[in-house]
Design a protein around this ligand. Structure first.
Ligand SMILES: NC(=O)c1ccc[n+]([C@@H]2O[C@H](COP(=O)([O-])OP(=O)(O)OC[C@H]3O[C@@H](n4cnc5c(N)ncnc54)[C@H](O)[C@@H]3O)[C@@H](O)[C@H]2O)c1
Length: 319
């Protein structure tokens, strides 16, 4: 593998929701970034999103004018995979979450890039072993799962496939740390990795409480935001159990676990909404009704809170 110190140019595949954010993260840390989108219009849209994001970062003292200029000069929009591969030392890919598309993209990338270049996918949960099965060199393939919005959420889950070598994991980990992320390497792959397993376990129980008439959706969300939501940013669920006392947590789990949701199917509450075209904030109705003002207010608040956390991280107050 190329040495960590020799990585200078990043091949950033995809410039949608995640791709423009990963391009910012690498360019901010001094890397040249070949940002691939399939059409000029996609690159233009991504550049608009980049400018908007950088404005928010400047307004919150996360970036200076001078840094912004340098950052922008390092992002190069390209519309072919071949151009994206030019001089590339590391690939981060955020194209559509579709196994066949990812396999085809990597197969082509392998014709442009030697086996010493790491291929990292931002997939939310596809099996790295499965994606890498299309490759002649699966040992250089790994998951680097960013979280949306990637410029504000620090975590990157690093997940090896069955054939990924340790060097690939180690170099990817170092690179993520270098660009200011909080990398965490998993011991092995599992559907949803760890982050989405936790997120969906919580969502399953939340929807179960609503469906069983235990509480309204508003009450469930309020309970979460004003209790475990506050605490989880400081102590994770396992630390929380240790701090609460394992005798107490054990006794609670002894009578509670049997009553918790354990459905194996996808949520029928969500299925009904989806079938009716009620997709949530983006259609104005989901499990709640959303006005454009509500959406703006929540997005702004979320951004402000996440920026406060980032500032705490930057000042060394890491948890
Ligand atoms: N959106 C999220 O919250 C989120 C979070 C973490 C990870 N991810 C993962 O990131 C990846 C991208 O998701 P997104 O939300 O940015 O999607 P998106 O739809 O916003 O962007 C997808 C990108 O893929 C490109 N693309 C689509 N089909 C292609 C093809 N056949 N060949 C080459 N490029 C193609 C598009 O041009 C676009 O640039 C997915 O694997 C997704 O699971 C998404």
């Amino acid at each position: 593998m190329k040495k960590f110190e020799d990585i200078k140019t990043i091949c950033n595949l995809g410039c949608g929701t995640m791709g423009f954010g990963t391009a910012i993260a690498f360019a901010k840390s001094g890397y040249e970034v070949n940002m691939f989108g399939r059409k000029d219009a996609s690159i233009e849209r991504a550049m608009k999103n980049i400018h908007f994001t950088l404005d928010v970062m400047k307004a919150n003292d996360l970036l200076t004018e001078e840094e912004e200029k340098g950052l922008l000069s390092r992002i190069h929009g390209v519309t072919t995979l071949k151009d994206a591969a030019a001089n590339a030392d590391f690939v981060i890919e955020s194209v559509a979450e579709d196994l066949d598309i990812k396999k085809a993209v990597y197969k082509e990338m392998e014709s442009y890039l030697g086996p010493d270049v790491i291929f990292a996918t931002d997939s939310s949960g596809l099996s790295p072993t499965e994606v890498a099965s299309a490759l002649d060199h699966p040992e250089r393939f790994v998951v680097a799962h960013f979280w949306n919005p990637p410029h504000l959420i620090p975590l990157v889950e690093i997940v090896p496939g069955a054939k990924t070598n340790q060097e690939t994991v180690d170099i990817t980990w170092k690179l993520m740390e270098k660009i200011g992320k909080k990398p965490v390497a998993l011991l092995k792959e599992a559907p949803g990795f760890v982050g989405n397993r936790l997120q969906f376990a919580l969502l399953r129980e939340a929807l179960h409480c609503v469906k069983e008439g235990i509480a309204t959706a508003e009450a469930v969300d309020t309970i979460c935001k004003y209790s475990i939501g506050r605490r989880l940013g400081v102590t994770g669920p396992i630390e929380t159990a240790d701090f609460g006392g394992l005798d107490i947590f054990y006794n609670i789990s002894a009578y509670l676990n049997a009553d918790l949701a354990d459905d194996k199917e996808a949520s029928d509450v969500m299925k009904k909404c989806v079938d009716e075209g009620n997709l949530g904030a983006k259609t104005g109705t989901g499990l709640y009704n959303w006005t454009p003002e509500d959406i703006d207010r929540i997005k702004r608040t979320r951004e402000e809170v996440l920026i406060e956390w980032l500032k705490k991280d930057a000042s060394g107050q890491k948890f």
